[in-house]
Design a protein around this ligand. Structure first.
Ligand SMILES: [Mg+2]
Length: 275
């Protein structure tokens, strides 16, 4: 490692960590994830597990990680569904009427912020991943956007990696509505800044001491770069080493997996405290 890289490692005091492709893939834990999170907790390092996935609630994420023997609490989770509801609460005063396409994670986050979910006369159309998406839902959303409702998307991921292959992600639903209405959505998740800003706010962190660890160049790494965070790519998910040569989004540091990052960063942290 170069001296400049070690300096970058040393500056990191707060972490935003992507989950899928970093801590686990599907239901399989990835090497070093559990040890890393238990280190963060024992050292009291502020961290947020920030995901573009809006389908699950924080409680469901805690249970999912618990099943992999990874212990965290709900305040460590920030989904794009929660970030969307928090953003809406900042720009609108509940009870505003919202038409929402999405699953439990998004719907419960909107309800928690006091929004009224409705099909007509809505101020906002909020669209997240919905595996029960129908023409009827697209119709209602489309008419509402044409009638002047603000169009908001939880996350722009066009694909969803699964055991079956790449399935349509929320970006595909947003594209359908964009084609139908001529209106582009305000997007909350990575690489847009809102989710990452909310994560930093929760940690009371600033960009110069915050790093994002992710597996996807065009969301995690680009999003981090847009806000001036230290960007760390791990190669256990979507983006591979070969893409780095041609990608417009170059991470500050690259590790084979989160365990290797943990090793390097822990080494630098202990050197800092011993000198
Ligand atoms: Mg990921």
């Amino acid at each position: 490692m170069q001296i400049a890289d070690l300096e970058k490692l040393r500056a990191i005091k707060n972490l935003i960590i992507d989950m899928d492709g970093v801590l686990y893939r599907g239901l399989e834990p990835l090497p070093g994830g559990r040890e890393f999170l238990s280190y963060l907790r024992s050292e009291g390092v502020p961290f947020i597990l920030g995901t573009n996935n809006s389908t699950l609630t924080p409680r469901q994420y805690v249970a999912k990680l618990e099943a992999m023997d990874i212990q965290i609490t709900e305040e460590h989770i920030l989904t794009s569904g929660q970030a969307t509801a928090l953003y809406l609460a900042q720009i609108a005063s509940p009870p505003a009427n919202v038409y929402a396409i999405g699953e439990e994670g998004l719907i419960s986050a909107l309800e928690e912020q006091g929004f009224v979910l409705a099909g007509q006369d809505v101020d906002f159309v909020v669209v997240g991943m919905d595996r029960q998406l129908t023409y009827e839902k697209l119709k209602i959303a489309s008419l509402a956007i044409r009638a002047g409702a603000t169009f908001i998307g939880t996350n722009p991921d066009t694909t969803l990696p699964t055991e079956e292959g790449l399935l349509p992600g929320n970006g595909a639903s947003l594209a359908a509505l964009e084609a139908a209405t001529g209106v582009s959505p305000v997007v909350i998740g990575k690489p847009q800044p809102t989710l990452l800003r909310l994560a930093m706010e929760r940690m009371k962190a600033t960009p110069d001491t915050t790093a994002i660890i992710g597996d996807r160049l065009e969301t995690d790494i680009l999003g981090g770069k847009n806000l001036g965070l230290t960007t760390i790519l791990v190669l256990t998910g979507i983006s591979h080493r070969e893409e780095l040569g041609t990608s417009a989004y170059q991470p500050d540091l690259v590790f084979d997996d989160i365990g290797r990052f943990h090793e390097a960063w822990r080494g630098e942290r202990s050197r800092r405290t011993s000198c």
